[in-house]
Design a protein around this ligand. Structure first.
Ligand SMILES: Cc1cc2nc3c(=O)[nH]c(=O)nc-3n(C[C@H](O)[C@H](O)[C@H](O)COP(=O)(O)OP(=O)(O)OC[C@H]3O[C@@H](n4cnc5c(N)ncnc54)[C@H](O)[C@@H]3O)c2cc1C
Length: 442
């Protein structure tokens, strides 16, 4: 056996908010020093930070300026990248199976692959949960990945061009976007759409009257928007987005999505051209009972506070796909599916893997909730800051909140690119902003 085969093999499945940070840090240390073989697996070729998806969907952000190519990034950071979708786990032989990667013409690029590991980290994120609602799969768009976001954007621009060019009058249903779920994703998308649709129209589509023809409805089953956040934050946000003309429908349960719009449980019909499902998340079905690991009712892998799965100490899980214990206000709960949690867990796990290599015991992970921020595009950013930073829960708004919101993404960029590259990327974007339209048109 050669020396390379004797090295400890760390396999990370999912190069998202948590996984890419972890692979990069492990690559820069253990990979660079040739102390371990680090492999990152993802079903996509490029990475985009998921909280940016609503900006890609609405056209306020150019995807190409922010995507990270896994192969190049892996090469520069001393780890290996393998493309493929996790499809199975053999714990006895310590290997994972990847389904063939197929191109857009349906031609296989990679065959079924088996990758062996000594330590496995699963961080494949979450998908939207339609709770079995009729018509969601067929007629609603989602914002789960870059393809969904680009698809929504293209449909939105096409809808505007179509409306401008048609001979007949614009119908009530046309240019109406119904967003189901008024969590952070739904609210942020509604606010961004208000601005970007107006900007698209301003580029010569003058048969459309933005105030009359473009409509955005936000549909929420709970009695307020942003139900997971403090009530004062919901109130301030609702006032702001209503002042922009967004129709807010709370206590409105969706019964069915139809080709013509959304049918509510009380019989109302919200006629709309585009429907976005942004209500609830669950982990992918592939995790359910995978390799006999323990999962909960939304397919998350149940982990201990060390982030180790309950039935296999060599397998860790983090981010949205992990059900990690969190004691809050004396009550037992789970760490929420947020980018800040994935970021913290990636940092924690990196330090624990270092401890493992030094034969030290693992330390528990404690989630630190620094609050939540909701970006309302150029109009405002609102949020609350909690605990660690200021000692109590405080509502923040405006430029300060916007700065805090941007800093979340900067933390992610710093973790994967380092200071110099992050500064150069930021500068490059500032320069191209001066020559590109303020909204993406293709
Ligand atoms: C539109 C939107 C806005 C959001 N806004 C915020 C926000 O403002 N603040 C906040 O804290 N959180 C926000 N979130 C939530 C946040 O994005 C997630 O909590 C975070 O990305 C989770 O990180 P993760 O590493 O667990 O998974 P992800 O970042 O989702 O990454 C998962 C990775 O796994 C890959 N993958 C998936 N399945 C497989 C498979 N079977 N095989 C191989 N690879 C696979 C995916 O391609 C992806 O690269 C938002 C989410 C969305 C969708």
């Amino acid at each position: 056996m050669n020396k390379k085969n004797e090295l400890h093999k760390i396999v990370i499945v999912g190069g998202g908010a948590g996984g890419l940070e972890l692979a990069t840090r492990l690559g820069k240390t253990f990979g660079r020093r040739k102390q371990a073989i680090i492999t990152l697996v993802d079903k996509n070729r490029t990475h985009i930070w998921k909280p940016k998806l609503h900006e890609i969907a609405s056209g306020s952000m150019d995807f190409g300026d922010h995507e990270v190519d896994y192969m190049a990034h892996a090469h520069w950071n001393h780890f290996t990248f393998r493309i493929g979708e996790l499809s199975g786990l053999d714990r006895e032989h310590k290997n994972i199976a990847l389904a063939p990667y197929v191109d857009t013409d349906g031609v296989a690029v990679t065959p079924v692959q088996q990758i062996s590991y000594d330590t496995l980290v699963i961080c494949i994120g979450s998908l939207s949960n339609d709770f079995g609602t009729h018509g969601v799969k067929e007629y609603a768009l989602r914002l789960e990945n870059q393809h969904d976001a680009k698809q929504f954007h293209s449909k939105m621009v096409n809808a505007c061009i179509r409306a401008h060019n048609q001979a007949e009058a614009i119908s009530k249903r046309q240019l109406h976007v119904a967003i189901i779920g008024a969590g952070a994703t739904g609210v942020e998308l509604a606010a961004e759409l208000h601005r970007t649709t107006r900007e698209v129209v301003a580029f010569g589509l003058d048969r459309i009257d933005p105030d009359k023809d473009i409509k955005v409805s936000l549909i929420e089953a709970a009695d307020r928007i942003l139900p997971a956040l403090p009530p004062q934050l919901s109130k301030a946000t609702e006032e702001l987005i209503e002042s922009l003309g967004v129709q807010v429908l709370t206590r409105s349960k969706v019964m069915e999505v139809l080709p013509t719009g959304v049918k509510l449980a009380d019989g109302r019909m919200i006629e709309s051209e585009l429907v976005v499902w942004a209500a609830g998340v669950k982990a992918a079905d592939v995790l359910k009972d995978m390799g006999g690991l323990e999962t909960n009712r939304i397919n998350q892998l149940v982990v201990e506070d060390t982030l180790q799965t309950t039935r296999d100490k060599a397998i860790f899980a983090l981010g949205d796909c992990a059900a990690c214990p969190y004691i809050h206000d004396g009550l037992a709960g789970l760490v929420p599916p947020r980018a800040q949690a994935a970021h913290q867990q990636a940092t924690h796990l990196y330090l624990q893997i270092k401890r493992r290599f030094a034969n030290k015991p693992l330390q528990p992970y404690r989630y630190r909730d620094f609050g939540s921020l909701v970006s309302l595009g150029k109009f405002s950013t609102v949020g609350n800051m909690m605990g660690g930073l200021i000692g109590k829960n405080l509502m923040i708004e405006g430029y300060f909140a916007k700065l805090m919101y941007l800093s979340l993404y900067k933390l992610h960029e710093l973790a994967i690119h380092g200071f110099l590259k992050t500064s150069l990327y930021t500068l490059a974007r500032m320069i191209t902003k001066q020559t590109n339209p303020t909204v993406k048109l293709h």
